[in-house]
Design a protein around this ligand. Structure first.
Ligand SMILES: Nc1nc2c(c(=O)[nH]1)N[C@H]1C(S)=C(S)[C@@H](COP(=O)(O)OP(=O)(O)OC[C@H]3O[C@@H](n4cnc5c(=O)[nH]c(N)nc54)[C@H](O)[C@@H]3O)O[C@H]1N2
Ligand SMILES: Nc1nc2c(c(=O)[nH]1)N[C@H]1C(S)=C(S)[C@@H](COP(=O)(O)OP(=O)(O)OC[C@H]3O[C@@H](n4cnc5c(=O)[nH]c(N)nc54)[C@H](O)[C@@H]3O)O[C@H]1N2
Ligand code: SF4
Ligand SMILES: [Mo]
Length: 726
């Protein structure tokens, strides 16, 4: 192993991708300060030569001429900006924050943290802390569009929203995947850069069953069980009932690891398998067989993704999935469900997070770990009164395409007194910003695969220095927070008294240095010299492809230590679960309106939510189309290529249709993140519409118990607009 060339120097730089949780190893070839090409890193011991088409095209983002290269200040209508100096931008922003703070309204400053914040340790460790330091306690973000239901469910099961579990792929022989498409999304809340290899391994030993309304890339490679969208809770409840009825569970063993099973069982017995069959579209005997096969498989796990968590019962779905793993004794069992390898000292123990207070000003919805449901942000800006949001700080987000809001969100953004965006593109949302502050791409900053450190299948370490220097005047986000904090007279961009004290003494380490310290104190660390073969960033620089670490104590046996409930037991009952099952049972007699279709989403390997659409290589072969089942298409005289209109109670959008037997009858499917019209030339020329205009805004369009936006469950109307030109 040799060290990488210094940042910006010619040669091959081993690094890793930070677009999704897989963190695949990459090798970037640098010439004259620019990245010429990127290849998968076959010497990365974790990803072993796997990288997808997004990772190897990331230099096209770093060197994109449409990038924001200097601070931009709004000068006119949305989208009209002029370049200003950093000092002018930051001085003005600090002054305007000070003015808002002086008015003394604690609710006036809000933030939006987008998905990419998770892949910058600067952001993930400090953005929300910086916001608290500004006196803001209203973080809105992507969480209410993806993880929050799972967090609340995990909070009940484990006593803390994190960490979550995922399948022990290496030993699993029978895997049920519900509402996830890992061959495209490469894993959610787990670090699985070789997921195809992992799943093929399970299938070679047994079965991989994919429960999904669409015959996805993952479903077509393995076994597909089609299910009506938004009906998974029926399947899970029916499976639990069948398991109990058929004597497949061991109550004495269940009692050793959990409590609450008898309450859950009592609720489960109210579910009727025939109703579950009617709701899911899966025959009752097939449900019974699936339950039995799962119980009888020696090494089995059930895993769920976004499709499970974003319906009207997302939290209950995520909870029941965990409950099935629990009552079939899969926690910590070989091939069952497991916690990730923790590489850092301070996350070696689960942290607890709050659920409930503070409640949102609009709709009184619970916060999750203090985080607010996005669906009420537009109202929080527009509705007058104490606590109205006047200023918004957005790190790496594009909610106009990614969240609910549509026209109301546009009005809200236009009504802000101050809107600051940290981004390297002018996107649809920050067109409304007062300032866009240009940040680095991951190829321009040194970092750890920080989120992966809690989600690893095997112990792995890597650190990468920046491959090239920041382009133009772009800056690391932490540096920008520090500059704003300094102008406001804050010792550091934080609300933590310990960190403020350290900063005042001149000893506050940067987030990346803090992670180094956590690593050095952690299970594989060098204990600051006390352990000779231990690891530190300094030593890792000699191993730029990353290293597998000798097996740490096998946490399969230690899983109970990761449960935060005082008694160390999994909790299989909570009043909230009772309420949710009662709500479900109450609607048992009201069948679905079959005149409407149910709209769900999908992802593409070449897209990442609403960005990366400015890379010609990635978008030129993409054509976002609405998938319609042949029977539903025929009933509306729709053929492939037609322009159709989808109407929800919230809006209407035109899409191109594609008739496909891969989608279930009664369901239609469109990818989110399209419908561009901002400061990116190539993206603006892509086809496609913004499906999120169809989502509802306001508390009534959320899952009440979690504030999750209702996404994969909307009932919509479909009609033909224009026949195909082809
Ligand atoms: N209908 C529907 N809607 C969805 C989903 C769905 O499945 N269906 N999925 C939801 C999910 S899971 C998520 S996570 C959200 C995502 O929604 P958001 O988190 O809002 O993410 P994006 O819309 O992709 O916008 C990301 C922005 O971050 C910028 N960016 C990228 N990297 C960096 C960086 O390193 N630093 C900074 N400062 N900026 C960066 C990009 O330029 C882009 O402008 O969308 C959600 N919306
Ligand atoms: N290429 C690519 N990779 C990505 C992303 C991306 O945009 N592009 N986004 C990243 C992000 S932010 C996230 S959060 C993860 C998400 O990763 P995943 O959790 O795997 O989510 P999706 O890929 O959206 O797959 C969700 C699946 O649920 C199905 N589904 C919809 N409704 C239902 C339902 O009611 N029941 C069931 N059983 N299934 C349903 C959909 O058909 C779809 O196949 O992916 C990440 N990886
Ligand atoms: S799978 Fe994710 S981490 Fe790997 S190269 Fe693709 S985008 Fe990057
Ligand atoms: Mo996400």
């Amino acid at each position: 192993m040799t060290r990488n060339p210094d940042t910006g120097c010619d040669g091959d730089h081993a690094t890793f991708c930070r677009i999704c949780e897989a963190h695949c190893g990459l090798v970037a070839r640098v010439k004259d300060g620019r990245i010429e090409s990127i290849a998968p890193d076959k010497d990365n011991p974790l990803s072993r030569g796997h990288a997808c088409v997004k990772g190897v095209n990331m230099h096209r983002v770093t060197h994109d001429p449409d990038r924001v290269r200097a601070p931009l200040k709004r000068a006119g209508a949305p989208g009209e900006f002029v370049e200003v100096s950093w000092d002018d931008a930051l001085d003005d922003i600090a002054q305007r924050i000070a003015d808002i703070q002086a008015a003394g309204d604690a609710g006036a400053i809000a933030s939006y943290y987008g998905n990419p914040t998770a892949f910058s340790s600067d952001c993930v460790m400090t953005f929300l802390d910086f916001m608290r330091g500004l006196g803001s306690h209203k973080p809105y973000g992507a969480g209410s569009q993806d993880t929050n239901a799972r967090m609340v469910a995990t909070n009940i099961l484990h006593g803390a929203p994190f960490p979550v579990t995922f399948p022990d792929f290496a030993h699993c022989e029978f895997l049920i995947i519900m509402g996830a498409n890992p061959l495209v999304s490469n894993g959610w809340l787990m670090c699985t850069p070789r997921i195809r290899h992992d799943l093929d391994g399970v299938a070679a030993k047994g079965r991989v069953i994919v429960v999904d309304p669409r015959r996805t890339e993952t479903a077509s490679r393995y076994e597909h069980v089609p299910i009506e969208a938004d009906s998974d809770v029926w399947l899970l409840l029916a499976m639990l009932k069948a398991m109990a009825e058929d004597g497949l569970l061991n109550d004495a063993e269940i009692a050793k690891i959990s409590n609450g099973w008898s309450d859950l069982l009592a609720a489960v017995t109210r579910i009727d398998l025939e109703t579950a069959a009617a709701r899911t579209g899966i025959a009752a005997d097939a449900i019974r067989r699936l339950a039995a096969d799962f119980c009888r498989a020696p090494r089995a796990a059930i895993y769920g993704g976004l499709g499970l968590c974003r319906g009207r019962y997302g939290m209950l779905g995520a909870f029941l999935l965990g409950a099935i793993n629990a009552v079939t004794l899969r926690y910590g069992a070989p091939g069952g469900t497991r916690f990730g390898q923790q590489m850092l000292a301070s996350t070696a123990k689960p942290f607890s997070g709050s659920y409930g207070a503070p409640f949102s000003r609009i709709g009184n919805l619970p916060s999750i770990g203090g985080k607010m449901p996005f669906a009420v942000l537009p109202g929080d800006i527009l509705e007058p009164g104490e606590g109205r949001v006047r200023a918004l700080f957005m790190s790496s987000g594009n909610p106009l395409l990614s969240a609910p809001g549509g026209e109301m969100l546009e009005r809200a953004l236009a009504a802000l007194d101050l809107f600051v965006s940290f981004d390297f593109y002018r996107n649809e949302t920050n067109a409304f910003a007062d300032y866009i502050l240009p940040t680095t791409t991951f190829l321009e900053r040194g970092d750890w695969p920080f989120v992966a450190f809690g989600e690893l299948q095997s112990p792995f370490l890597q650190y990468s220095e920046a491959v090239v220097h920041p382009q133009g005047e772009s800056r690391d986000e932490y540096q920008i927070y520090c500059e704003i904090a300094r102008r406001l007279g804050m010792a550091a961009p934080t609300a933590s008294p310990e960190k403020i004290a350290l900063a005042q003494a001149g000893h506050l380490p940067s987030p990346r240095d803090q992670i180094d310290a956590m690593l050095r104190e952690g299970p594989a660390g060098d204990r600051f010299g006390a352990r000779e073969d231990g690891w530190s960033r300094e030593r890792l620089l000699d191993f730029p492809h990353g290293v597998m670490v000798d097996d740490l104590p096998d946490d399969a046996h230690e899983w109970r230590l990761r449960i935060s409930h005082d008694d160390g037991l999994l909790r299989l009952w909570d009043p909230l679960i009772g309420e949710e099952i009662a709500r479900l049972v109450a609607e048992m007699s009201a069948p679905r309106d079959t005149s409407t279709l149910r709209l769900i989403g999908r992802r593409d390997i070449r897209s990442m939510n609403s960005w990366m659409h400015n890379v010609d290589k990635l978008v030129r072969s993409q054509r976002p189309v609405l998938l319609v089942h042949p029977t539903d298409a025929e009933a509306r005289s729709i053929v492939s290529g037609d322009i159709v209109r989808v109407r929800s109670p919230n809006g209407a959008v035109a899409f191109e249709a594609e008739v496909s037997p891969d989608i279930m009858r009664g369901t239609i499917c469109y990818p989110h993140g399209w419908g561009h019209g901002a400061g990116w030339d190539r993206a603006n020329r892509t086809a496609g519409g913004n499906m999120n205009i169809l989502l509802g805004v306001g508390p009534e369009w959320t899952e009440r118990s979690t504030g999750m936006t209702l996404i994969d469950c909307l009932d919509v109307e479909l009609s033909l607009v224009a026949e195909t030109a082809h």
